[in-house]
Design a protein. Sequence first.
Length: 117
Amino acid sequence: MIHSRFPRFILFLLFIFVVLVPLGFIIMALWNNILAVIFPIAIINFWQALGIFLLSRILFGGFPGKPGWAGRRHKMEEMRNKWFNMSPEERQHFKQHWGNRFRGGQTPVTPESPASE
C-alpha cells in the first residue's frame, strides 16, 4: 500500500491557517491595543507579532520535545537536593572543581601553593 504525503501537507496548511494566523492576529491586537496605548512604543504588524511569538517561545516556552524554563525546574530541584545532601568536604571539592573550570584549569595562587615559574 502506497501512502501519499499529500494529506500530511494538507494537515500542515490547515494547522497554519487554524492556529498560527489567528494567534498572530491576537498577539498583534493585544500589543497594539494595550502596550502601544500604555507605553510609548511602536505599533507592530502581523509578521512582527509572529516574530515576537517565536522569540518568546525560544526564550521562555521551549518547543515540543525540548522543555523551556518550566521544564528545567525539576532539574534545578534535583541539583539543589544533591547539594544539600553533600558533606562539607564534598562541597569544598565541588567548589574547587568548578572554580578551576572557570579559571581555565589553573589553580589559584595561595601562600600554601606558590605559583610555578
